[in-house]
Design a protein around this ligand. Structure first.
Ligand code: TYD
Length: 204
């Protein structure tokens, strides 16, 4: 099973992905691999591309998009597919929906173009995606508390509002795959809701 977590920076993806990975590891007790990973840079040797992406300084708007795609191609081949093909579970923080939300809704690259590139790359589709939705103001307060903003977080409110709008449109378009989780509340309560949704998907 392939599960992704999505949302604007500071929505709490890492906490929820960790709690889910922990729960599934306990459930399978080594009988099934459970891998928790993230984009960009979640593959062996991928830290350089994460650093380049976060540094930025691109003159062409497509450069950033292509770097995310290169990162995903390697991530899929090296980490995600081997686990899925072996019957394991992959929990991934950010994936194709982030590219649509940030590079299409945020940066304005037409989504049909981005989706054509996804097809060319043959990216596997997640079985379940949790979109952790929080107001931009709440997310930014959390990001400031944990200290320092990356260049996407520093883009400002209107950029992140467009990104949030992007996630919202994607969730409306694919309600079966994308579960919208109102993520302002207490992490343990959110985790219980997410676990129950995962259990339902696993039992199908
Ligand atoms: P990351 O540091 O993992 O974000 P977070 O602050 O949520 O921990 O990701 C770095 C940034 O990359 C994040 O601001 C979102 C952005 N991003 C895109 O713009 N497009 C993409 O396809 C992906 C995967 C990430």
């Amino acid at each position: 099973m392939f599960i992704t977590f999505e949302g604007i920076d500071g929505c709490g993806k890492t906490t929820q992905a960790a709690l889910l990975a922990n729960f599934l590891e306990g459930k399978y007790r080594g009988n099934r691999r459970v891998v928790w990973t993230r984009e960009p840079g979640g593959w062996d040797g991928g830290s350089w591309i994460r650093e380049r992406i976060l540094e930025g300084d691109f003159s062409h708007p497509m450069s950033e998009l292509f770097l995310f795609l290169v990162d995903r191609c390697e991530h899929v081949r090296k980490e995600i597919l081997p686990v899925l093909e072996g019957g394991g579970v992959v929990i991934c923080e950010r994936y194709t929906d982030s590219t649509l939300a940030y590079q299409s809704w945020g940066r304005g690259i037409p989504s049909e173009k981005v989706e054509t590139l996804f097809e060319w790359c043959s990216f596997p589709r997640p079985h379940k995606t949790f979109w952790l939705d929080v107001p931009v103001k709440t997310a930014m307060e959390r990001v400031c508390l944990r200290g320092g903003r990356d260049r996407f977080e520093a883009e400002g409110y209107s950029f992140l509002e467009r990104v949030r709008e992007g996630f919202s449109s994607l969730a409306k378009r694919e309600p079966q795959r994308i579960c919208t989780v109102e993520a302002s509340s207490e992490p343990q309560a959110l985790a219980s809701r997410i676990l129950s949704l995962v259990e339902v998907s696993l039992s199908r």
